[in-house]
Design a protein around this ligand. Structure first.
Ligand code: HEM
Length: 536
């Protein structure tokens, strides 16, 4: 054998050895670790990946919970994953051991392409950068600041009634406009007057793109098999997709910041989160780009979530007309036909509040939860979780536990009569949600997550929900058109994705009387000068 052949032979041998070693390592790593929670059998290299659906995986996780118990251990290739199907484990781990259960999983697409340099609060791993962002966001969303947004939420909700009165067929867009407009105005000080305004439309497109690329299965599992990151662009269309989203996103975001700064020079311009962050730059330590991204991450966090919940409420009202009637009795007793409900009325609406809680329980928008990652090895109830294990608090299962009779039905009364009962607490207390738990640390629901990463915008979201729910039922009847069926199923009646949204369903929306219509016209007129301060 000459020297060339010997070299080729050795190189070939080394490559085969590396490949064999990688295969053996990947195969071993795809097995469930010792003392890990039970789950379905794994297959070599892929672990449980072939058994998991690419959309609405929370439904499958619930099934697995019934089979294996409240804690289900899964393997996504070498990645350890645990599904928490009951509140007790979430309370014990996310809430009580928050110092080690509060990071986020590696997310190459979000953290290395879309939002480089840890600028997005939702995706940033636990650490100093996240603490800095969280501090700034908590300051922006502190109780006194959020309460100052109520007039804006009330005015935009009135705008929605006005849109529904004049153009009921586009109800789906009007509701989505509401949440976008409130976020645009509070963060950037800018108006989103109609769903077709370029500002609102572009925003939905961008949000939808971001949601789509973050959906499980939309891109190859690059975080699970990091060698996929090394493939060239022509074999990685997902990378080009992500880069294009980043390009469009930055163009849109910095355009919005420019507009916001120009608008804020007007003498009557309202204050906004962006302005507050720019003024506090010395203290908050963010550069201009960092401030822009805090703005956009809040916008994304608050838009789809709020709109989807209001849409689910309407779906419930159409499907359960007796609940709608009870809501209407409640608002009528206090407001009559001379005015629509205002913030001061909300504490007198325990039934509507129960409907809000039941909507959040029945159709939680982040139904599978947002993953938390463990930052050091831990033991719990005889199980061992290695550092880096990813945890999902499966809200879908938690909200369907034995505590809730007939969990698939919409029954607001359960929030009046159970241990979270709000009827007695709702008598004149200024706080919209007087209690966060039923006495043992258990949260009313897990739709806002838990632990140190819990949603920062809960109070703002609940204000939006209560104001809209009360005004909508006061103003309109929502009925299923004759001979139609309403699909409330989470599997067929809802869009999948990172967040779930009801699909457009058949509904007739009619004002309850001419007196109600007149009030909407009048109140819209009253709010117009205020709304105009945010521009056109
Ligand atoms: C119905 C409306 C909303 C729902 C259901 C919702 C739900 C959630 C959930 C499930 C999380 C993840 C929690 C976890 O990891 O345990 C989250 C995080 C977050 N939410 Fe919300 N949210 C809503 C509205 C809002 C609004 C209006 C804002 C802002 C004004 C907001 C700001 C945030 C932020 C900044 C985070 C990131 C927290 C972090 O990772 O540190 N959310 N939200």
């Amino acid at each position: 054998m000459n020297t060339t052949w010997t070299v080729l032979f050795v190189v070939f041998g080394v490559l085969v050895a590396i490949a064999a070693h990688s295969l053996v390592s990947l195969t071993l790593a795809s097995r469930r670790p010792k003392s890990f929670p039970p789950g379905p059998p794994t297959v070599p290299i892929l672990g449980n990946l072939p058994q998991l659906p690419t959309t609405k995986s929370f439904v499958k996780f619930r099934e697995l919970g019934r089979q294996y118990g409240p804690l289900v251990g899964l393997k996504l290739g070498p990645q350890n994953m645990v599904i928490l199907n009951d509140y007790k484990a979430v309370l014990d781990l996310f809430d009580r051991r928050g110092n080690i259960y509060s990071s986020r999983p590696d997310n190459h697409i979000a953290n290395d392409i879309l939002f480089q340099n840890q600028v997005h609060a939702l995706f940033t791993p636990y650490g100093d950068k996240w603490r800095q962002l969280r501090r700034i966001i908590q300051e922006l969303l502190r109780t006194s600041a959020v309460d100052k947004l109520v007039p804006l939420q009330t005015a935009e909700s009135t705008q929605t009634l006005y849109h529904l009165l004049h153009d009921p067929n586009r109800w789906y867009d009007h509701i989505r406009r509401y949440s976008m407009a409130v976020m645009l105005a509070s963060i950037f000080g800018l108006r989103g007057a109609s769903f077709d305004s370029p500002r609102v439309k572009t925003l939905w497109d961008i949000t939808e793109q971001n949601t789509a690329i973050n959906e499980l299965g939309a891109t190859p599992p690059v975080d699970i098999f990091p060698f996929l990151k090394l493939l060239p662009d022509f074999l990685s269309p997902w990378r080009i997709w992500a880069r294009n989203i980043r390009k469009d996103y930055r163009k849109w975001l910095f355009g919005l910041v420019r507009e916001s700064r120009e608008h804020s020079a007007r003498p009557d311009a309202p204050d906004c989160f962006l302005g507050q962050m720019f003024r506090g730059q010395e203290k908050n330590g963010l550069d201009d780009e960092g401030i822009a991204y805090v703005g956009s991450s809040l916008l994304e966090a608050g838009t789809d979530t709020t709109a989807s919940t209001i849409l689910s409420f309407l779906l419930a009202m159409v499907t359960y007309p007796s609940c709608l009637r009870k809501c209407q009795d409640e608002v009528d007793a206090r407001c009559g036909t001379l005015r629509s409900p205002s913030i001061d009325d909300l504490d007198h609406f325990p039934y509507i509040r129960a409907c809000m809680d039941e909507t959040l329980r029945w159709r939680p928008v982040a139904a599978g939860g947002i993953p938390h990652t463990l930052t050091q090895d831990d033991h719990y109830e005889g199980y061992f979780f290695p550092k880096g294990t990813m945890f999902f608090a499966n809200t879908w299962s938690i909200h369907r536990s034995q505590e809730f009779a007939r969990p698939d039905d919409f029954i607001p009364e359960r929030f009046l009569k159970n241990k979270f009962g709000i009827d007695q607490k709702a008598s004149g207390d200024a706080d919209i949600h007087p209690t966060q738990d039923g006495g043992d640390g258990r949260r009313i629901h897990y739709v806002f997550g838990a632990g140190r990463r819990i949603c920062s915008g809960q109070r703002m979201a609940e204000h939006s929900l209560m104001i809209n729910l009360a005004k909508l039922v006061w103003a309109f009847n929502f009925t299923a058109p004759p001979n139609t069926t309403i699909d409330t199923s989470i599997e067929t009646g809802y869009e999948g994705g990172f967040l779930v949204n009801p699909k457009k369903f058949p509904v007739d929306i009619t004002p309850r009387s001419s007196a109600h219509a007149e009030v909407i016209e009048r109140e819209m007129k009253d709010f117009t000068p205020f709304l105009d301060t945010f521009g056109k």
